[in-house]
Write a protein that binds this ligand. Sequence first.
Ligand SMILES: *[C@@H]1O[C@H](CO)[C@@H](O)[C@H](O)[C@H]1NC(C)=O
Ligand SMILES: *[C@@H]1O[C@H](CO)[C@@H](O)[C@H](O)[C@H]1NC(C)=O
Ligand SMILES: *[C@@H]1O[C@H](CO)[C@@H](O)[C@H](O)[C@H]1NC(C)=O
Length: 484
Amino acid sequence: MDANRDSWCHEFSPSADRWRNFLVKTQYYNGRCLIPAISILLLVAVIAVSDTYFPFPVVMPRTLSAWLSYSSFTSSGGRKADGEACDIFRGEWVPDPDAPYYTNDTCSFIHEHYDCMKYGKLDLGFVQWRWRPDGCDLPRLDPSRFLSAMRGKTLAFIGDSLAKNHMNSLICLLTRVAKPTTSWPSSEHTVYHYGGGYNFTVLNFWAPFLVRSELVDADGPAHTGLWNLYLDEPAAVWAPHVPAFDYAFVSASSWFYRPSMLYEAGRLVGCHHCLLPNVTDLTLRYALRMATRAALRAVVGSDGGGITAVLRTVSPSQYEGGEWNKDGNCVRTRPYRRGEKTLQGFELDFHTLQVEEFEAAKRAASGGGVRMMLMDTTEAMIRLADAHPSRYRGWTRRKEWMKEYFTISNDCVHWCVPGAIDAWNDMLSHIGAREGYDGLELREKDPEVVAKDRLGELMQMGLHEYNQRRHAENLEEKRRKEER
Ligand SMILES: *[C@@H]1O[C@H](CO)[C@@H](O)[C@H](O)[C@H]1NC(C)=O
Ligand SMILES: *[C@@H]1O[C@H](CO)[C@@H](O)[C@H](O)[C@H]1NC(C)=O
Ligand SMILES: *[C@@H]1O[C@H](CO)[C@@H](O)[C@H](O)[C@H]1NC(C)=O
């Protein structure tokens, strides 16, 4: 049934038109995809203008509390919202004919590595999708509302180039309303500031291992370098800045494939793929687990001054038909269906340990002034294997210690901007939207929420009147029977 539901909207894929065709907004909505939307509209119209009632059980639209993924939050002294929670990370991609919301022409911040349009990606079908959770709606990021919710706040992205990719998409989504001024306190620390009354700051920290690292051999046992990792020392580039963060988005995984010597309390405890007979191979899973633990501790343990700590799960790399550094590529033209592709191998292990470390950190943090969220984007991303740059990206300067990495011919690791990764920011804006709440009440209601609430009230009223009328009719019938 799921597969069916999944497929009817996926049956077509936006055609292999080039970029400019997206500027001419062609309507290619599959009729069947429109039916639910049309029927809801009809329902509203019918309830509002007539006294026709509905002789079927009316399902109440989900309440506000269900709209937000409270299940993913813990908040100090706060309580979980009543009612059903909606997991925004389980769902499906549905067509979004209004996407994309920016292009390489309107956003000058796109890094050449993600700029698939500019570099000629042929099939742009992956652009016009949005993520729709099962059982609730996830509105697209509204830049004005987002910026007003974020006034006076600081949001930090900590991690590798995928953290940068995520940040890049956010900055571009916001360019519809405002452009930031950029500064670089160091080569590993970028600051985007929104002035003009917004007073919102986005920080990006380059910390691909999250913890302190040193390159000790540019070649190493696998020709991808050999690193010393200090698994209990959060990297100095970001950790001292934690008290300034309101939101910290932590993510890492892909750099852990590199051979490394692992240190704890300054002592060598083992390695990953160092191929030394006298050093225990603790594996890359151990390294990622301990580094994640150290990073979450650094965020959560920082006196808990109202910070929201977010751990984003592994972003799947999607090479097909070969290895990442050989002839593997990602040239699909349509998303996978639900269940068609699942996480495997190291990535499955990474995901599992990330969930475990998140849960442990959340338990440790309960009672402190910290909110925590697991941003579990993995399932969504595994289904859009066509949203990677492949070879449609800018040339990136080869660095000595990265030579292997950047001689890869096809990039099936990063995500095109604009593209599927914009959904990460729809999810992110949810966390911002939480700021608009005072306890469980919304201070400034989202117009869409207001409309849904109204629909719910109307349906309740209709149902009540319908029940009353049926009750009266039944009584009348009973009376007539008794008279006979
Ligand atoms: C955007 O991409 C198009 C190709 O799709 C290209 O012609 C144009 O020059 C690019 N714009 C910028 C500002 O790079
Ligand atoms: C801007 O926000 C910072 C906190 O990030 C705050 O300290 C500062 O006072 C704010 N400035 C203005 C002009 O509101
Ligand atoms: C492991 O053996 C090498 C020589 O083969 C030596 O240089 C190194 O110090 C040894 N490491 C440890 C941790 O004992």
